[in-house]
Design a protein around this ligand. Structure first.
Ligand code: CA
Length: 239
């Protein structure tokens, strides 16, 4: 995703291993959501299925198992790359993991260097399976160039498009809205998606960022694309 941080879902219930993995991944500049329960992990995945680049799932977990999480993802046609962690090394377990839709697996104990190498391989794969463009209404987002272009409301029938100069944050925000068109995104959801990794977060920043994005869209004649839904959040309208 160009300039965007890679966000990883880590589901591991062993506290020492989970903490060590989280620390190593953060050191590599990944954004990490570490959960210890499979059912809670599924809530994260259902809530925003587009937010992760790779999932690292332990096999045996409280709540849903890593295998069940993987099966649920695939049942919803979600291609999120999955790296399965398992203490078992019997052949039938590996086969079961791959049958459930895992892309790769690591047998515990494993070295951090190996995990990071496998992760980079899955990340490359993730970039290949990601659609290269996202079109919503008159907006066209291009992942290859990390740009969003908009058809001019005056002459959009002629196919004239103009790139909107966006900051990295504005791009992330607009991408989020375009992934969920006509759905209300709450302030908390936006914070979680765009700013969760940042410590010095100021809660006024969402409204300020929305204002900046609206101003940019307005320059192209679209000042009503992002609606405020009073008391609930914001919505990208395509009507
Ligand atoms: Ca476990």
């Amino acid at each position: 995703m160009g300039c965007l941080a890679m966000r990883i879902l880590l589901v591991e219930d062993e506290p020492d291993l989970g903490a060590a993995l989280e620390r190593s991944l953060k050191r590599e500049k990944y954004v990490v959501d570490w959960l210890k329960d499979g059912t809670e992990a599924w809530q994260f995945l259902e809530h925003d299925p587009h937010q992760y680049t790779v999932a690292i799932l332990d096999w045996l977990l409280p709540g849903l198992s890593g295998i069940e999480l993987c099966q649920r993802l695939r049942a919803q046609q979600n291609p999120l790359p999955v790296l399965m962690l398992t203490a078992r090394d019997r052949m039938e377990d590996r086969v079961m993991g791959l049958d459930a839709g895992a892309d790769d697996y690591l047998i515990k104990p494993f070295g951090m260097a190996e995990l990071l190498a496998r992760l980079r391989a899955l990340q490359r794969r993730s970039l290949q399976i990601q659609p290269s463009q996202l079109q919503v209404g008159h907006l066209l987002l291009d992942y290859g160039t990390s740009t969003v272009s908009i058809a001019s409301p005056v002459n959009y029938q002629t196919g004239n498009r103009q790139n909107i100069p966006l900051t990295a944050k504005e791009f992330q925000l607009l991408e989020y809205f375009m992934q969920y068109p006509n759905q209300i995104l709450s302030r908390d959801q936006i914070i979680d998606r765009i700013w969760q990794a940042e410590a010095d977060f100021n809660s006024n920043v969402v409204a300020a960022q929305i204002r900046l994005l609206r101003r940019k869209l307005a320059e192209y004649g679209y000042d009503h694309l992002i609606e405020t839904v009073y008391g609930m959040g914001y919505k990208l309208t395509t009507q």
